[in-house]
Ligand binder design. Structure first.
Ligand code: GLA
Length: 389
């Protein structure tokens, strides 16, 4: 569904549920990370792009003061949040992404207006495409529309990240919220997670496409393992005597190998290598050097699988199929994307071969795992927008 179709749809749902037209419509995209995985919380580089999948909200001022009503149009579930006092965590679970953002605005001294909201999302849930960041940034964008006060997009991303930390209990880095807030159509975003400086990397060569392959599996250990990886990286940095792994070189790590456990060594090896791969990939994209970018993607996957141990059988199967299709068949590279333990792979492919590649990946993946994959291509989309208001 295009953003236009989606906004017509959510407006109709709002009308049906609340009996009037919405005053505001806002949306924020999910993302796919092309390369730079598990580097954001190590002060490194990431290279995500916003995808044409969105969290979208239609809203209007509500008559009853001090209350926000939220209608989830997909699950036909309604909930409300008391905004007359500091917003706290609550049920249903998904409402915490919204609650966290509202609390963030309250902390900035904003009085939250009473609102009726209808909400939907085309970002697959739990698929590693940042459905939660899209919802958070969408909520923040609605607050901007409804209060008439825009905030700096970097502050907006940080506020959304804090919602994820404090209200969803996930100690995530800054990548997902940044790309959802700052994405630009036709561009990837090279983000320096230390300085928060961003560079737009044009992705306009019509001969290539990025293909998202959703394994449609999610292994539960995800969030506990995420926190564990963060701790292992911090311990590596401490042993190396640096503020974060961004400051360490591969040479330094080799020299200090004896001072750390084999596991911590491998975690650090992935991060140090991945930071370098990410800046090289940005260069490769700028030069349309697709074979080089593809090789960096394969190398990233191997390190995530073997050193960082955040892949899983299904993700590895997709990458193996992509490797089998190979350059001759139109695949330049492929890797898992996002936190890992399920979710999606991203493949860089020749645009002319996209139909055949999708068909082959779907068939082989089903044959090897018994699971149906969901596959789609996306051009780099724009970040959060106020569509009406
Ligand atoms: C999740 C987190 C991000 C990032 C990735 C791994 O998506 O939310 O901050 O750490 O995992 O690159």
């Amino acid at each position: 569904m295009t953003l236009k179709t989606l906004s017509i749809h959510v407006a109709a749902e709002f009308q049906k549920h609340y009996g009037r037209a919405p005053r505001w419509i806002v949306a924020a995209p999910g993302r796919v990370n092309v390369i730079g995985e598990h580097t954001d919380y190590n002060d490194g580089f990431v290279l995500p792009m916003a995808i044409e999948r969105y969290a979208i909200m239609a809203a209007d001022s509500a008559a009853a003061p001090g209350k926000i009503s939220i209608y989830d149009t997909q699950f036909k579930e309604s909930t409300s949040v008391d905004v007359s006092a500091p917003v706290t965590k609550g049920e249903p679970k998904w409402s915490n992404y919204i609650r966290g953002v509202l609390a963030g605005f309250q902390k900035r001294g904003v009085t939250i207006p009473a609102l009726d909201i209808a909400f939907m999302s085309t970002v697959p849930l739990g698929g590693g495409l940042s459905s939660s960041a899209a919802l958070e940034v969408c909520t923040a964008t609605l607050m901007e529309a409804a209060t008439g006060k825009a905030i700096d997009p970097i502050e907006k991303a940080l506020l959304a990240q804090k919602a994820e930390h404090d209200f969803a209990g996930v100690p995530c880095g800054i990548m997902d919220q940044f790309i959802s807030a700052l994405g630009r159509e036709g561009h990837l975003l090279l983000l320096d997670c230390r300085t928060r400086q961003t560079q737009l990397v044009p992705m306009s060569d019509p001969s290539v496409e990025l293909l998202v392959v959703n394994t449609n599996v999610k292994h539960e250990l995800g969030s506990g393992e995420y926190a564990k990886r963060r701790a292992e990286c911090e311990s590596a940095a401490k042993i190396l005597g640096v503020a974060s792994l961004r400051d360490a070189t591969a040479d330094q790590l080799e020299k200090a190998k004896g001072k750390m456990s084999e596991v911590v060594y491998r975690r650090a090896r992935h991060v140090i290598g991945e930071i370098e791969r990410t800046t090289h990939a940005a260069e490769g994209i700028r030069n349309s050097n697709w074979p080089a970018v593809g090789n960096l993607m394969y190398a990233s996957h191997a390190a995530l699988r073997d050193d960082y141990e955040v892949s899983c059988k299904e993700l590895d199967v997709v990458v193996e199929i992509a490797e089998d299709i190979g350059y001759q068949g139109g695949v330049y590279g492929c890797r898992m994307t996002g936190g890992g333990f399920g979710g999606c792979c991203v493949a860089l492919v020749k645009a002319s071969d996209i139909a055949a590649i999708s068909k082959k990946i779907a068939a082989d993946y089903h044959m090897k795992t018994g699971i149906e994959a969901t596959i789609f291509a996306s051009r780099p989309a724009a970040g959060a927008t106020i569509i009406k208001g």
